[in-house]
Design a protein around this ligand. Structure first.
Ligand code: ZN
Ligand code: ZN
Ligand code: FE
Length: 761
């Protein structure tokens, strides 16, 4: 018989609202341990007494097998002398002001709830809001902390006696599951057409399915906002949706009931299957199968489709396979072109009325709008292209301790970032800060995050661009609250974002390959093809693409042919009227453009790598006018002949990388009638080889062999793989994005890290 002993245990991490206390309660009982567990304002506290061998078993399981949504950051254990417990209890707790605990993201319906959803004997049989401590809404419904039903959008639903008995039973999966609900007491769905109620509950779901099967467009309220749905195989419906949504070419996201259906349309490897089925259930970009029958208009000129699995019980009920029902639904965010996703009922009905034939609504309010996350797998690595539902508000651990900081991010694909202790909190995807709705989402988002994580910024970081709305917000607040303001160069922030993403804690500088569309430079030029040397604190611009006029500003961004002509002009190459980029513009437009270029009227200099890709795509004849950011480069990437190995040269002098030799060679190849896939391949290879050449030169100068890659251009998979292979084969250590996007969605993380380091120095 062993002596009894006791322990006190403190745990931090995501340990509240995820079934942690009942898990501890059951574990203690299994091991015949007495004591108690309670939530504190910074985590969970446990006292246990019993036999040492049982205590060891308890601690092992605690570490190795916590509840699915829990994330243990730290466990402290102390041996204590106490033997007065004669049972194990769950105690109530008092939060201390100022403390915080991490909040779980919204999580996909779990296996147990899914089984109950389809069990005719279960009280929640086919109930679209079934959830438990292991799954369901979290971040989207939380109004304040501590996480408690009263402080969520479930507050107005009073628990029925059945739900309450589960909620209060420590052995039940729904013990303290704040959003717990059933058909008796919880939210319900209804179908509206022309502002008239058509059907409720199961009938509403079945009528929605009929409408979708009939080719209609239905606005569906989900977890973090509205989707616009239609039959993905119905070309008329898809085209109609494009017209009404004013979205001409940007790919639509899809949803399928299960993996088997997805595999009919796309190639799915194990890593991609795991990602589709992971707790976040993100959209995964998957390679289309040849001859799959979907209309081209789902994702024009793309080799991939963005697909997700159902992530709420409602989605399961809506997508159930039937002979007459579409296998794939378009599930695109419910908005008109660039506005943020609609999430409140009245607002959605008003804004989406001209798009949707019907509305499937429910009465559980959404507190924070959250878009679907977008991911892909590149050579076994997961890349996040849009970090939102299922990922936010998970914290990102910092390699150094952080003051309380707000970083306001950029103009496009905005996220903001707050920090404290050892955590960065990067926000959900806010969108392009170009209209009132998005700015409002940004502002209320900042306030919400500061409140949830009890952060009062001591300093603010923002972009160097004076006109960005996020910069103006930062300036206003810094003024009002008398806080130091750090204005950070965009590509330095990209570099730091990549370092923080890789938990980089070292002081020595790295080489930054920052290939991007647009960023305001310290010389007021528009940067984007940057070879930097630096770290968090400071950076040096060692090389950059030679400046070329961005004639007409935004017009040049929307019209790659103008960018091509600008590059040709800069390189002293004639505008041969046989070139597609030349005859895209009429004689008069060309005359005006030439005057603009020669006199430098509304033609700011740019070193943008994104614009270099645009120019090449137009010159080769792939795309002259774009309807969304990056379209020309994306379509050129799809054309690349993977077997072609030739490449063109740049001229490097001082800090300038001049593409003149490349343009001469490319125009020469075009005039010889070289096929487009070869031209596209040679251009991509040229950038990969340039990256290696310049990296080698910087390494020779400085001895640095660690390279950080960031910027939107790295979303180009062909370029990314070519370049990383070359660099790895030549002994470089590469830092790439995993936790935040390589595009501007990651920039706020870098701004926060830089601000933290600059404050401290
Ligand atoms: Zn569940
Ligand atoms: Zn109930
Ligand atoms: Fe950028």
């Amino acid at each position: 018989m062993q002596e009894k002993t006791a322990r006190k245990i403190w745990i931090t991490g995501i340990v509240q609202g995820v079934g942690f206390r009942p898990f501890v309660y059951n574990l203690a009982n299994q091991n015949q341990l007495n004591g108690w567990v309670r939530n504190t304002s910074s985590g969970v506290e446990i006292e246990i007494s019993g036999r040492p061998s049982q205590i060891d078993l308890f601690l092992n399981s605690l570490n190795s097998n916590p509840p699915p949504l829990a994330r243990i950051d730290n466990i402290d254990i102390q041996i204590i002398n106490t033997d007065h417990h004669d049972s194990f209890e769950i105690l109530t707790s008092q939060p201390r002001p100022g403390d915080f605990i991490p909040i779980s993201p919204d999580m996909t319906i779990c296996e147990d709830c899914l089984r109950e959803l389809y069990d005719p004997t279960d009280p929640r049989y086919r109930y679209p809001f079934i959830n438990c401590t292991n799954c369901g809404p979290r971040f989207t419904i939380i109004k304040d902390i501590p996480y408690d039903r009263k402080k969520t959008t479930m507050a107005s639903f009073e628990l029925c006696s059945y739900c309450e008995s589960e909620y209060k039973d420590p052995t039940n999966r729904r013990f303290h599951a704040q959003p717990v609900a059933c058909p008796e007491c919880g939210p319900s769905v209804k179908l509206n057409m022309n502002q008239q109620l058509i059907a409720e509950d199961e009938e509403a779901i079945q009528k929605t399915r009929k409408l979708l099967a009939d080719g209609k467009i239905v606005a569906i309220k989900g977890l973090g906002g509205f989707h616009l749905a239609c039959d993905a195989a119905n070309e008329n419906a898809v085209n109609e949706l494009r017209n009404r949504k004013k979205r001409s070419d940007k790919p639509f996201a899809l949803m399928a009931y299960n993996l088997k259906i997805i595999e009919k349309f796309c190639k799915v490897n194990q890593k991609e299957a795991d990602l589709l089925k992971s707790g976040a259930h993100p959209i995964v970009l998957l390679e289309k199968r040849e001859n799959q029958p979907l209309p081209e208009s789902i994702a024009p000129k793309q080799k991939t489709l963005g697909i997700m699995l159902p992530y709420t019980p409602l989605h399961y009920l809506l997508t159930e396979p039937a002979e007459w029902f579409p296998e794939l639904l378009v599930m695109t965010s419910g908005n008109i072109s660039d506005e943020p996703i609609a999430y409140q009922d009245e607002d959605a009905v008003e804004r989406l009325d001209l798009i949707a034939d019907a509305f499937l609504l429910h009465n559980r309010p959404i507190h924070t709008r959250v878009d679907d996350s977008v991911t892909r797998v590149v050579q076994d690595d997961i890349q996040i292209l849009r970090r939102s539902r299922g990922y936010t508000p998970n914290s990102i651990a910092s390699p150094f301790s952080l003051p309380q900081i707000l970083a306001t991010g950029t103009e496009l694909k905005n996220t903001f970032c707050l920090s404290r202790d050892n955590y960065f909190f990067v926000s959900h995807h806010i969108g392009d800060l170009e209209n009132f709705e998005t700015l409002e989402a940004f502002q209320s988002g900042v306030v919400h995050f500061e409140n949830l994580f009890r952060i009062k910024p001591q300093a603010i970081g923002c972009d160097l661009h004076p006109d960005y709305l996020a910069t103006r917000y930062a300036k206003d607040r810094a003024n009002k609250e008398k806080l130091p303001l750090y204005m950070i160069q965009h590509h330095h922030a990209h570099l730091a974002a990549c370092l923080a993403d890789n938990h980089w804690g070292r002081e020595e500088p790295v080489i930054g390959l920052i290939f991007d569309g647009t960023g305001y430079g310290t010389d007021k030029a528009i940067w984007g093809g940057e070879f930097l040397i630096g770290g968090y604190k400071e950076f040096q611009r060692r090389f950059h693409l030679a400046y070329t006029p961005l004639a007409g500003g935004d017009l040049a961004i929307r019209t790659p042919s103008r960018m091509a002509l600008s590059h040709l002009w800069k390189s002293g190459i004639d505008w041969d009227s046989a070139l597609p980029c030349t005859h895209q513009l009429c004689m008069e437009e060309r005359t005006v453009l030439r005057i603009q270029l020669e006199k430098g009227i509304n033609a700011p200099p740019t070193s943008s790598m994104g614009r270099l890709f645009d120019a090449a795509a137009a010159l080769i004849g792939i795309r002259q006018v774009v309807t969304y950011e990056g379209q020309a480069a994306i379509e050129m990437e799809m054309m690349v002949d993977p077997d072609e190995e030739d490449y063109y040269q740049f001229e490097i002098n001082a800090e300038n990388i001049d593409p003149t030799p490349l343009w001469h060679a490319l125009v020469n190849d075009i005039q010889k009638g070289t096929p487009i896939p070869i031209l596209a391949a040679r251009f991509h290879n040229s950038i990969a080889h340039l990256s290696l050449q310049v990296a080698m030169q910087i390494k020779a100068e400085t001895g640095i062999s660690t390279l950080a890659m960031s910027g939107g251009v790295w979303q180009n998979k062909v370029l990314f793989l070519n370049t990383t292979n070359l660099l790895k084969n030549n002994g470089f250590e590469l830092l790439m994005h995993h936790k935040v996007p390589t595009n501007d969605g990651g920039v706020s993380l870098g701004q926060a890290a830089i601000t933290a380091k600059q404050i401290q120095s």
